[in-house]
Design a protein around this ligand. Structure first.
Ligand SMILES: CC(C)CCC[C@@H](C)[C@H]1CC[C@H]2[C@@H]3CC=C4C[C@@H](O)CC[C@]4(C)[C@H]3CC[C@]12C
Length: 886
């Protein structure tokens, strides 16, 4: 199996500046072991380039489109002109509303792909969306003729229209081989703008060309003159050779001869003169009279030529021509010089001017990290495809990446990971990029990651119909409604919080979050290709001081909504409150995109006993393969439980997190049992610092105890123009048995939800105000800051498996990153040893506080076994046998 990235060609060194090397790749690259980047690749090596040989069965790497382009000399058959407009119908996948493939008119112009329902719409400027292809990662599945375009902020799934439906019109222009797309992302655009302004440079090159022509003319004239005199062509070497043959010295002449040979004396004559010819003949007293200086050979020739003695009229004419030509050359060169001086001055002014000076270093830093990420990303994809080359189960997926300059594309293979039941356990394949992302996010060993084609298959099978919604496109109706909800929310009076705000707990963390912007995420993945990633320790600087178990408990931050619901007699209104509770659990996402939670080790627990809120919560990591966190909370007003497992889809720039466990709530006063799925969480631009999170898809809430009503909530995908107003929209309806809308509500999941169909329309929920210094402290809310606090009274009663005792997480909280890194390795190593030991004994880990069960629909669920709080009370964890995980 080939995993060596060494034959990777990213750019042609002859034409382009070479890509950054490891030490340059990321500005201020960190010193952590995981981030030492050793590409060791040789450039311009054919094995990684153009139309790469087949990798595996269906795999093909087309690595060097850009090279072809760049190397093509003027006049070669390759067309280097700016591509024209490319347009036509394509099928675009959408899952909500009207799930399926929809025919859309696409237009690709200057690297921007726009689409609309019809050509007329595009012409009228009525766009449905647009995407900058130059910044997108393109995956091509040759078999199913599918293209996925992931531009970080936008994700398109496309296929030619004639594949999708027989009724659709065949569009030859779209079916023809895809044109090589050249585009101009940010910097290139600026440079080209600069170049366009410098028209004079073009004039300079014209001048130069003219100069060259004149010089050629001059040379011809000289030669003609020479021949006219009956001589042979003269060159420096020629002359030198003859001089040396004559044993002539070019040194200072010893004596001065009064005799001056006329210009018609040629070297052939010199030769003929034999010993008579001395070095003094090279001293042209007629020209310089400088006895002591030795002329250069061209000077000599020139002086000979310019000697007017005994010239024929024809020779005279030639001399004149030579002079005129020389003058022309001189004036051309003068004007070139002037232009260059002017340009130099312009550049100097621009450089010393405030604009550029201020921005340059920042721009450079961004540019460098973008370049390095692209570089690494491309290599990673390539290496990844190589690592899978012996696996025959992949389909032909081809990833097209923009190169550094953004002008051209490089094609690499990506993979389809076929999901087989055996994959959940001991599978033998090499880790994939997708897995790597999964591993990276939760440091687990194997997570199933769907490829796009598989996602489609699962779509079509109706499986995860709701949860895999990745293209819940915004509707015009949504916008108008959201505007109204927003206005209502703004007008709604600020409600005093029903839970006491002063909890007596800490309001800040011991230390601010470490800056991790220098950590190249792709670099980490790249460095660990081919390794078992569970054995690779991720730099702890990427972690926030909370574990996923604690993170899940954050979904109860607005538990008062359930308290209220448990006292509402009207089932429809009750449903509204349950729905808004489910939305409130997503509010954290607008502030938390820079760090990842700690992945709990198997058997890790976390309790949250909130007397102020009237509930107690317990959670446990019940499975490591696949990672499953189970939790359970109880209060007099509700019971809340869920077991979450998630899959990742890595599209090249964004990661979609698809949770598969259901969330459950019981309201004891009415005997209700609500259950609902989770929306998809998407981390856009995951590899860069412009990362942002979005939730989208449809969530359906059912009451398993009564079919009086159901609720549908839509997390609307942001629009392509992505103004802040169109982000984070959410809207829902409560439907009665007949499917009639009883209530409507909506708003933004980070700003609040308004319901206008209640007898008194009202704002149901607004998130708590974020602390002012939240950016400094991991984006944590007041609530999140309290989660890892270890008060002395708690310390005495907690089991040693509680997350609060995790030493690495505690060190991160204290800002001691180096120690934390070391401790994290130890904790992970301990977990591996425990696993090995158990395997040796043939034992399987049995969770302590949860048991596996099967629900009415036949799904595997993890339910609380009711022992935690009892044991905690009697005999107390200090008197029980506990696991010692850290
Ligand atoms: C590059 C890194 C540092 C970016 C940050 C990644 C963050 C945003 C990712 C990493 C792990 C992710 C979490 C993994 C699992 C779940 C459970 C699911 O039911 C809701 C989403 C949630 C809670 C995810 C939210 C986003 C998350 C926290």
């Amino acid at each position: 199996m080939q995993r060596n990235p060494s034959h990777f060609t990213l750019m042609d060194p002859q034409v382009c500046p070479p890509p950054l090397n490891s030490s340059q790749s990321v500005i201020g690259f960190d010193k952590s072991p995981a981030s030492t980047f050793k590409p060791g690749h040789s450039r311009n090596n054919s094995s990684g380039s153009s139309k790469q040989s087949k990798q595996g069965r269906d795999w093909e790497i087309m690595g060097d489109l850009q090279q072809l382009e760049m190397c093509s000399a003027p006049g070669s058959s390759l067309d280097l002109s700016i591509p024209g407009i490319c347009e036509g119908y394509l099928m675009k996948r959408r899952k909500y509303p009207l799930k399926g493939w929809h025919k859309r008119f696409f237009l690709l112009d200057k690297g921007i792909l726009k689409y609309s329902k019809t050509q007329q719409d595009i012409q009228r400027g009525k766009l449905h969306g647009s995407l900058d292809v130059s910044v997108a990662v393109m995956s091509i599945n040759k078999k199913s003729k599918r293209i996925d375009l992931d531009a970080g902020d936008n994700l398109y799934h496309l296929k030619p229209s004639y594949y999708a439906s027989s009724t659709s019109v065949y569009q030859p222009e779209m079916a023809s081989p895809a044109p090589v797309i050249r585009s101009h992302p940010g910097v290139t655009r600026k440079v080209s703008a600069w170049l366009q302004q410098t028209h004079d440079i073009d004039a300079t090159s014209n001048d130069l060309a003219r100069c060259q022509a004149e010089l050629t003319e001059l040379a011809q004239l000289i030669q003609r003159l020479h021949w006219l005199e009956g001589g042979l062509p003269v060159t420096n070497t020629d002359l030198e050779m003859r001089i040396s043959m004559q044993n002539l010295s070019l040194e200072k002449p010893k004596r001065k001869t009064g005799k001056v040979f006329g210009h018609s004396r040629t070297l052939s004559r010199v030769e003929a003169m034999g010993g008579m010819f001395t070095s003094s003949h090279l001293s042209t007293s007629a020209c310089t009279g400088l006895e002591g200086s030795v002329q250069s050979i061209p000077d000599y020739v020139y002086s000979q030529l310019s000697n007017p003695h005994g010239t024929s009229p024809e020779a005279k004419k030639l001399q004149q021509d030579i002079c005129t030509a020389s003058h022309r050359v001189h004036s051309s060169l003068t004007s070139i010089h002037e232009i260059l001086s002017l340009e130099r001055e312009r550049l100097r002014q621009a450089w010393t001017g405030p604009d550029l000076r201020q921005n340059t270093s920042q721009q450079l830093a961004t540019l460098c990290s973008t370049l390095s990420e692209l570089d690494i990303q491309s290599r990673l994809t390539k290496v990844h495809s190589l690592s899978l080359s012996s696996d025959s189960s992949e389909e032909s997926f081809c990833t097209v990446l923009p190169d550094q300059s953004g002008n051209l594309f490089q094609l690499f293979t990506c993979t389809k990971i076929v999901r087989t039941p055996s994959m959940n356990r001991h599978n033998q394949r090499a880790p994939s990029v997708a897995d790597s992302m999964a591993e990276y996010f939760d440091a687990s060993e194997v997570i199933v990651c769907e490829s796009s084609s598989e996602a489609e298959a699962s779509d079509e099978s109706g499986l995860s119909d709701i949860t895999t919604t990745s293209t819940s496109e915004p509707e015009e109706g949504h916008t108008a409604a959201t505007l109204n909800y927003r206005a209502s929310l703004n007008n709604a009076p600020a409600k005093p919080s029903p839970v006491p705000t002063d909890t007596g707990r800490r309001t800040t963390l011991p230390a601010p979050g470490a800056d991790n912007s220098h950590i190249g995420i792709m670099t980490i993945l790249y460095n660990n290709i081919g390794k078992d990633l569970s054995r690779v320790s991720m730099p702890v600087a990427l972690n926030e001081p909370l574990s996923l178990l604690q993170r899940l408990s954050e979904e109860l931050e607005y538990s008062e909504l359930l308290d209220t619901a448990n006292h509402i007699d009207d089932p429809y209104e009750r449903m509204v409150y349950v729905a808004v509770f489910s939305i409130s659990g997503y509010a954290w996402a607008s502030w938390r995109n820079r760090y990842k939670p700690f992945n709990p080790v198997l058997g890790e627990t976390y309790e949250s006993h909130r007397e102020d809120r009237g509930f107690h919560y317990i959670s446990e990591q019940v499975s490591h393969h696949p990672p499953i966190s189970a939790c359970h909370a109880e209060s007099e007003n509700f019971t809340f439980w869920q077991d979450q497992r998630w899959k990742y889809k890595f599209w090249g720039k964004s990661v979609e997190i698809i949770s598969s466990g259901l969330v459950n709530v019981n309201l004891p006063n009415y005997g209700d049992h609500y259950e609902w799925n989770k929306a998809v969480t998407c981390i856009h631009n995951v590899l860069s610092q412009q990362r942002w999170l979005e939730h989208y898809g449809e969530v359906v809430i059912r009451n398993t105890q009564s079919d009086v009503c159901t609720c549908k909530i839509t997390f609307v995908k942001s629009r392509y123009w992505s103004s802040d107003n169109s982000k984070n929209e959410v809207q829902g309806v409560v439907l009665d048995q007949a499917g009639e809308v009883v209530h409507r509500f909506g708003g933004l999941w980070h700003e609040g939800i308004f319901c206008d169909t209640l007898s008194t329309p009202k704002c149901i929920w607004k998130p708590n105000v974020q602390p002012e210094d939240h950016f400094q402290f991991y984006g944590f809310s007041h609530y999140a800051r309290e989660l890892n606090e270890l008060m002395p009274d708690l310390k005495a009663v907690l089991p040693p498996t509680d997350t609060r005792f995790r030493p690495d997480q505690r060190l991160v909280e204290e800002g001691k990153m180096t120690e934390a890194d070391k401790k994290k390795d130890e904790v992970e190593e301990k977990q591996r040893e425990r696993r090995k030991e158990m395997a040796k004994r043939g034992e399987e880990h049995v969770p302590r506080f949860f048991r596996k069960d099967v629900d009415d629909a036949g799904r595997e669920v993890w339910l609380y076994n009711g022992t935690y709080w009892k044991l905690r009370k009697e005999p107390g964890f200090s008197n029980t046998e506990n696991l010692h995980l850290y």
